[in-house]
Write a protein that binds this ligand. Structure first.
Ligand code: 3UK
Length: 516
């Protein structure tokens, strides 16, 4: 699927996903369900247009970035499409992070305006005054404090707005992606990218259609959730559910039973936790589901099998990345090979290469490289990282894979030390650096360890300073210490006290020796 062959040179993706639905007569059909009310496609257009005007009035120009620290709520939908419609560049960021992370995103992106959901102000508020380029902050869904009220500003704006004459290859939005060392990288996505993912994966693998209703436990700020909830349904005039709270297993079961979606998107950790809910198949009616999807980390075969046995519906595992925007290797409904990542999605090619970039024979493990037209243009201001990642039209994902005789792709771990925990990146280096800040800790090494569901969680090996004594209580104290200092989902689930850490001659920690 090559954008330049299908899309006009002048193309604004907000007009495509928002305005087209109204032009085609779907204005009065529901697009989103949020806290017991429905937003029709006409409501979404009105919200986006008003937000676009509100941003223009605050001085946002074409190509300017707008940072979004938003829950899955109407302000996310309005700001994302409104900013794109005026030719600006929204940057949704992870709402589970810390003030220091937000300051980095603001300074790195040089966003002039930030839109923040009120409940997230407690974490972000203290750093906003330090952001070097930030001029205005809009607070949505609660008290604005010293900032501007999103609802006030859009209430005063008009609901009519022409889409800015952007090109199909202009920057449309960024998504930050974490690396094992250094700061997160802003992956710059273009106006045609969401269109490509919709025409390929959403239509040709999921077969998404206007009668579908979607629920994604993965939030809109993830590339995965952005497609699932945000633009796939809008691509075909379907419906989706906006859920701003934590997707606990019980809450998700209740949503599935009450809203009766046809498509459910989860991650392996959530499927495992839902399978641990006793009697769930009797308590909750999941008969509306025609398909479940898993991504973010590999889905163990046992979870696939148990889920199908208990709920009578398949989980289709596929791999996506922030850089490629959505899923590019996937199983096919009705033809799942459990434990594998499936086959290339139509429109994508995948090869497995050695460290010199030469294809490896079938069965041999190598580096995954992918070609497809939804891949980011580059990493913002990360010239060297861009060159390490992009190879012409190809992108190296950092994953090790092998392909079997029938062409199926099998995940074989990461090429770096990064961990996927509950579908979210955790850098061992960041957790180690945090542990070392504790007065009792001399050194630390963090690796991934499989839990009882065969899903990876962080484990820390800790060398204590001479004066400190190892104890279970100190282990618990270190876990709490990490949870308090950095995003809580990164804390080590196990702590093992050791006398020394394996190191290279030059003193680098050999994490691979600690994995088991
Ligand atoms: C890993 C998987 C095995 C893999 C994502 C769906 O996860 C997404 O994007 P991220 O940038 O992470 C990408 C990395 O996560 N991974 C994801 N899915 C699988 N490994 N099997 C899988 N099914 O290491 C990959 O490089 O957070 C998922 C859609 C869009 C996405 N961005």
């Amino acid at each position: 699927m090559n954008a330049s062959e299908h899309l006009p040179a002048q193309f604004n993706v907000a007009a495509h996903f928002v305005d087209r639905n109204i032009a085609e007569g779907h204005g009065s059909s529901p697009a989103f369900f949020y806290e017991d009310r429905a937003l029709t496609y006409a409501d979404v257009q009105d919200l986006a247009n008003r937000t676009g005007h509100a941003l223009l009035e605050l001085g946002v120009e074409m190509d300017n970035r707008v940072l979004m620290l938003c829950l899955d709520a109407p302000e996310f939908i309005g700001t994302f499409w409104g900013a794109i419609k005026i030719g600006a560049v929204p940057i949704p960021v992870n709402t589970l992070m810390r003030g220091a992370d937000y300051l980095y995103f603001l300074d790195d992106s040089r966003a002039k305006v930030a839109v923040i959901s009120a409940p997230l102000l407690a974490e972000a508020g203290p750093v906003l005054g330090q952001a070097r380029h930030l001029r205005h902050v809009l607070i949505a869904g609660g008290k604005p404090g010293p900032y501007l009220s999103y609802e006030d500003r859009i209430g005063r704006a008009t609901g009519r707005l022409e889409a800015a004459p952007t090109g199909r290859d202009d920057a449309a939005f960024w998504l930050y992606s974490s690396g094992s060392t250094g700061f997160p990288k802003g992956a710059v996505h273009l106006h045609h990218d969401m269109w490509v993912c919709t025409e390929t994966y959403a239509k040709q693998v999921l077969g998404i259609r206007p009668t579908d209703k979607v629920f994604s436990a993965a939030k809109l700020f993830f590339a995965y959730g952005l497609g699932n909830t945000g633009y796939f349904p809008m691509g075909v005039g379907a419906q989706s559910i906006l859920y701003p709270h934590r997707p606990t297993p019980e809450a998700v079961f209740e949503i599935l039973a009450r809203h009766r979606p046809t498509l459910f998107f989860g991650i392996p950790t959530l499927y495992a936790a839902m399978l641990a809910v006793k009697e769930a198949e009797r308590r909750f009616d999941l008969s509306s589901l025609r398909l479940c999807v898993s991504a973010g980390e590999a889905l163990p075969e046992a979870i696939y099998t148990r889920w199908r046995e208990r709920f009578g519906v398949e989980i289709v595992d596929g791999i996506g990345t922030t850089e490629i925007l959505h899923i590019f290797l996937s199983n096919r409904p009705g033809a799942v090979r459990p434990g594998s990542s499936g086959l290339p999605v139509p429109g994508y090619e995948a090869v497995i290469v050695d460290d010199e970039g030469r294809p490896v024979p079938p069965g041999e493990i190598g580096n995954l490289r992918v070609r497809g037209d939804s891949t980011m243009a580059y990493y913002w201001n990360k010239h060297d990282k861009t060159k390490e990642t992009l190879f012409g039209a190809w992108i190296q994902t950092g994953d090790k894979y092998h392909q079997d005789e029938s062409g199926y792709f099998w995940y074989a771990g990461r090429a770096d030390d990064m961990l996927k925990v509950g579908g979210i990146w955790v850098s061992p280096v960041e957790v180690e650096a945090t542990l070392i800040k504790h007065p009792a800790v001399l050194e630390a090494a963090v690796v991934g360890k499989e839990d009882s569901d065969r899903l990876i969680k962080p484990q820390a090996f800790v060398v204590l300073k001479e004066a400190a004594a190892a104890s279970a209580a100190l282990g618990e104290e270190l876990k709490a210490f990490v949870k308090d200092k950095i995003a809580p989902y990164k804390y080590p689930r196990w702590i093992e006290f050791v006398g020394e850490l394996p190191k290279t001659a030059t003193g680098k920690i050999q994490r691979f020796k600690l994995r088991h």
